[in-house]
Design a protein around this ligand. Sequence first.
Ligand SMILES: [Zn+2]
Length: 326
Amino acid sequence: MKKVINTKTRALCAISSAFLLAAFTAPASQLTAGALPAAAKETPHVLVVGGSQFYISIGEGELTVSRADLTNYAREAARAVIAYYGHFPVKHIMINFVPTDDDCIGYGTSTYNDDQQTGVVTVEVGQGTTRRALRSSWTLTHELMHLAFPVVSHHERWLAEGIATYVEPIGRMRIGNLSREEVWGDLLNNLPKGLPRRGERGLHFARNFDRVYWGGALYCLLADVEIRQRTNNRLGLEDALRSIAKQGGTAASDWEARDAVNAGDKGIGLDVLTSLYTKMGQQPVYVDVPSYLRKLGVVKAVTGVRFDEKAPLAATRRAIDGIEDI
Ligand SMILES: [Zn+2]
């Protein structure tokens, strides 16, 4: 059975197309070695990163970027996932690049094909997309991050989207594709979009994009900081998420969100994920984001942000970064 999860909506390009649908609904048999996936013009080639095999398929259509560029895009995205999770969470992944008439990276989706035991990610690539645009694109990393977490019910989607939204830039920062200033600047700018507006309920009831993605990302930041505070920065959210994947709670599982957060807490020996999940899911939780980030040493500057290393939780922020100070 093919499960479709986490359809992405924060694309910069307009959503096409019958083409995506065709690739998306390709029968499982088309994922077998030697068979062409829908809309592909050639046999998928195999990229091996961290012991996982990525079958890369490029659909029909003219592109500015080359096959080598797209392969490198896939390699970097896989490396970012590994930088966060320590390993790639599933062994076989099909990546369908679907050319479109636009000029940038567009819509992305993640699925898992149970029959083929293969993660399936589809990303639209506009014909005018440049190599530079590929390097700055978060889309494929975001979609690959989804494979490390279960497919969840619709009202729990905020958790899956929040995790992918929060960990994607951290993974990319750890491989040098984003600066710390970019990561924390984006959080400062975007997390307030995830806050409940007047009359809104908890995240289980959220339907608009900002609340689902950035409300979920705020959950992740709060959980990350709490875990690090309670363990003197010995453990963080990544340890809980790694444990969930290690216990089998990947996109290949049939777990519900509550199974995952319970497993995460069990893995780190704390009750953080589950209680915060219940609280933020059921009721609106307001956080003064600028003040909260200031405690972590993130200070708004004339352009972007700067870091105050004397802030009370500056060490926690550096632990989240997971990179050596420059
Ligand atoms: Zn997503």
